[in-house]
Unconditional design. Structure first.
Ligand SMILES: Nc1ncnc2c1ncn2[C@@H]1O[C@H](COP(=O)(O)OP(=O)(O)OP(=O)(O)O)[C@@H](O)[C@H]1O
Ligand SMILES: [Mg+2]
Length: 580
């Protein structure tokens, strides 16, 4: 089946839950279509009455009611027009609500590696722009497709009734119009796809500029950014204009082809044979119906552009919805783990085409042990710890907690056992308290965590205290304050396994000393992985593991490594300004 049709059917499946609303809408459309024909009938009747033809006798009887009939027809037309538009738009909004919820939920469960690679703004543009396109086109399409098709059908029946010969000529134009509509649809689809992509580009550019405004300012990059944006902006305009002009050409051609049909009708209507078979009223009724036909006909040919726009948007949304979630095949609920960790022959690549980031990692950590990981920037430290909560899955090897492969635990129960203070702290644009207590905790527990993370002094000074908003990603706070919030968050979660990735790197020496004490207390009865460039913070670790280019170079206690004059000893000497 054609991809476009498949996408459209899938979209309709979402709408099919609301069949009752649809039935009423469709009924309203039918009434709407009949009122149009009723209008043509009215014209025919009036003309006959003026012309004093045979039919005029019957008209004499209803003459007084005619104004009322006009009002009635238009009242019914307005009412049915309302319900046909409202009901279908209502269904459209319901469909969009479901789709949007589905995508949002998808974002919560997509693998980290997928989200790393995609531009956030591009994804955002799908939930906002593309989805609105689907909404607009689905409801418009259904309304137009059904209401206008019905109108055309009822008008046609009436025209055939008035004069089959004329109707035949009029509809000789139909196949040509159909051919035109069909041949334009590919263009519509192509331009719509490009517009949607270019909206993603626009969103991406704007988001990046807003995020990096300090860098742009310090480099005086305004002109450069402006130029970059104008290309993207122009691209968007170009595709939109192309779509518009294609639509306008389509409109003009449709009406022109239809006018050929009208010309044919006018030509044939003047022949004696037709004239003798039709009253003046019949003829004017026919012409009225023909004129009334033009608008729905034009809209119907335009609907194609809408269908293509909707299909392009919907297929990009369905591609996203069909992405695989994080693998979560583990059957076992982890419960509260003891926290022993084993990395066995672990190899990991972010991208299979490149050199692996981690190679043959073998590392056993006992429950309750604190292991520090040191190594040059880019050596793979963060990657190594990110494998534990399964932000990324190992490419090969065996990674176990409590002697069981971590893939056998359900993701949520595994993650419930691990706290992480990430290298880059990001916060929600919410209050401090909501950022710390990301879950259900008692106020006592929260107070304890705030104290341990040395946040109280800072919070007391804030006019709104714990209810102070931290701004987008926490920009209203200093780097150290953010880090302390992240530490409090991890302390509060209170799990058997703790990962501290440069957790105290932004703190001044005094706060670091205090927090270090709090963290040391915390590390006591849990398994901890500490990553730190500042070696002073890890001297007390049970063991230190030195990573270099994705491989473990050495492992041992601080004293052992210093004694062996190893790579760690060298780093240590450099940092403490000892003679190398
Ligand atoms: N999400 C990612 N996608 C692809 N490659 C990545 C990703 N994150 C890190 N890398 C690459 O993996 C390698 C190891 O990165 P990692 O973040 O583990 O280093 P690190 O030892 O923590 O460094 P630092 O001390 O600077 O934090 C780097 O070469 C980096 O370019
Ligand atoms: Mg790192």
């Amino acid at each position: 089946m054609n991809d476009g049709i498949k996408t459209y059917l899938r979209l309709l499946r979402y709408a099919s839950h609301y069949w009752l609303m649809f039935t009423f809408g469709a009924l309203a459309m039918l009434i709407f279509a009949i009122t149009d024909t009723g209008f043509a009938f009215l014209i025919k009747t009036l003309t006959d009455s003026f012309a004093g033809t045979e039919n005029s006798k019957s008209i004499d009887q209803i003459k007084g009611y005619l104004p009322l009939i006009v009002i009635f027809i238009f009242f019914i037309r307005g009412l049915s027009g309302f319900f046909s538009t409202y009901n279908i738009a209502w269904i459209g909004r319901q469909v969009i609500k479901s789709l949007r919820a589905e995508i949002y939920n998808k974002f919560l469960y997509l693998p980290t590696i997928f989200l790393d690679r995609k531009s956030n703004a591009e994804l955002l543009s799908k939930v906002t722009f593309n989805i609105e396109q689907v909404a607009e086109s689905t409801s418009n399409i259904i309304t137009i497709l059904i209401r206008d098709t019905l109108t055309i059908i009822v008008l046609t029946i009436y025209m055939v009734y008035l004069s089959p010969t004329l109707a035949k000529i009029m509809f000789m134009a139909a196949p040509i119009i159909a051919l035109l509509v069909w041949s334009l649809s590919k263009l519509f689809r192509r331009y719509s796809e490009r517009i949607q992509d270019s909206m993603g580009d626009v969103a991406h550019a704007i988001k990046e500029t807003l995020q990096n405004h300090r860098i742009i300012k310090i480099f005086n990059g305004q002109d450069f950014e402006n130029e970059k944006f104008s290309v993207i902006n122009e691209n968007n305009r170009k595709h939109n204009t192309k779509l518009l002009s294609t639509k306008a050409i389509g409109d003009a051609l449709t009406i022109f082809i239809a006018s050929l049909g009208v010309a044919g009708v006018v030509f044939v209507a003047t022949t004696d044979e037709v004239r003798s078979n039709m009253s003046v009223g019949d003829f004017s009724g026919f012409i009225t119906a023909m004129v009334l036909l033009m608008t729905p006909l034009k809209r119907l040919t335009n609907v194609n552009a809408m269908i293509q726009k909707g299909v392009a948007a919907a297929s990009s949304i369905f591609i996203l919805i069909d992405e695989n979630n994080e693998k979560d095949k583990g059957q076992q609920e982890a419960g509260i783990l003891k926290g022993s960790i084993e990395y066995r022959d672990i190899t990991f690549s972010y991208n299979p085409e490149y050199e692996p980031t981690l190679k043959n990692i073998n590392l056993c950590i006992n429950s309750g042990e604190t292991v520090a990981i040191v190594g040059k920037s880019g050596s793979g430290k963060t990657t190594l710890v990110n494998l534990l909560p399964r932000f990324y899955d190992v490419s090969s090897g065996f990674l176990a907690i409590d002697d069981q492969s971590i893939e056998e635990y359900s993701l949520s129960s595994l993650r419930a056992n691990i706290s992480v203070v990430t290298q880059e702290v990001t916060l929600f644009n919410d209050t401090i308290i909501n950022n710390i207590a990301y879950g259900n905790y008692s106020s006592e527990e929260i107070d304890k965590a705030i104290n341990a993370a040395h946040l109280n002094e800072f919070i007391e000074k804030l006019p709104n205290g714990l209810d102070t908003k931290v701004g987008d990603q926490g920009v209203l706070l200093s780097g150290g304050q953010r880090q302390r919030i992240a530490i409090a968050r991890a302390l509060l979660k209170n799990t058997p396994i703790l990962i501290l990735d440069e957790a105290t790197s932004s703190l001044d020496s005094e706060s670091e000393k205090y927090i270090q004490e709090a963290l040391e207390n915390l590390m006591m009865n849990r398994t901890t992985l500490v990553i730190a460039h500042r070696l002073s913070t890890i001297e007390k670790a049970d063991r230190i593991c030195v990573l270099s280019e994705g491989q473990i170079k050495e492992i041992g206690t601080h004293n052992e490594l210093i004694r062996n004059n190893s790579e760690y000893a060298l780093l240590h000497k450099l940092q403490f300004n000892e003679k190398v």
